[in-house]
Design a protein. Structure first.
Length: 186
């Protein structure tokens, strides 16, 4: 019975994240909204980051990864690439929450002390909140390897909004522990 509630909460959370991201790309030119930037704390309660932008990663990255890479590389006009990516995301990209992984990613500068600290901790507490909804969950932290497609997706996604993201950026994965997750309407 508990497992069913955990699966339902996971589906509800990913659906909520997709709706928030649709609003972001359709109404705010892709600017991160508060629900896309959880507060990150240690297990002891020390706030590591008051707002860390996290990305949703599709299960099948091939087509979207190819699109992102092509748009960012095809022009030196960053605004043109950004607008194309925002239009792509504003279409059907976030329509089906079941097409997304529950492991979120975040991109950090090379040698980021915050990224190193979170990898060392191996687990963080993530607090998401926007409007009247909030979610709190522990998440396992891992550094995503150079050959992992989720790393490429995250880098090209980030480059659509900031063309100065270097190749040696650190990408971390955050895999929620759904047994610890709590969702609430505030």
């Amino acid at each position: 019975m508990r497992q069913l509630r955990n699966i339902a909460l996971q589906q509800e959370f990913i659906g909520w994240q997709c709706r928030i991201r649709q609003m972001s790309v359709r109404n705010h030119e892709g600017m991160p909204m508060p629900a896309m930037r959880p507060r990150i704390s240690s297990r002891k309660g020390d706030v590591l980051s008051p707002a860390l932008t996290v990305l949703l990663v599709p299960e099948e990255m091939g087509p979207s990864l190819a699109f992102l890479r092509f748009q960012v590389q095809k022009t030196t006009e960053h605004k043109q690439a950004r607008n194309a990516v925002v239009s792509y995301f504003a279409g059907e990209f976030y329509q089906l929450p079941e097409l997304f992984r529950d492991e979120m990613t975040a991109v950090f500068a090379p040698s980021s002390p915050l990224a190193a600290q979170m990898v060392k901790l191996k687990e963080v507490l993530m607090d998401f909140e926007q409007y009247s909804q909030s979610y709190r969950m522990f998440a396992k932290v891992r550094q995503i390897g150079a050959k992992d497609e989720a790393r490429d997706f995250s880098l090209w996604h980030a480059r659509a909004f900031n063309p100065n993201i270097p190749n040696d950026s650190v990408v971390l994965g955050f895999k929620p522990d759904w047994r610890s997750a709590i969702g609430a309407v505030v």
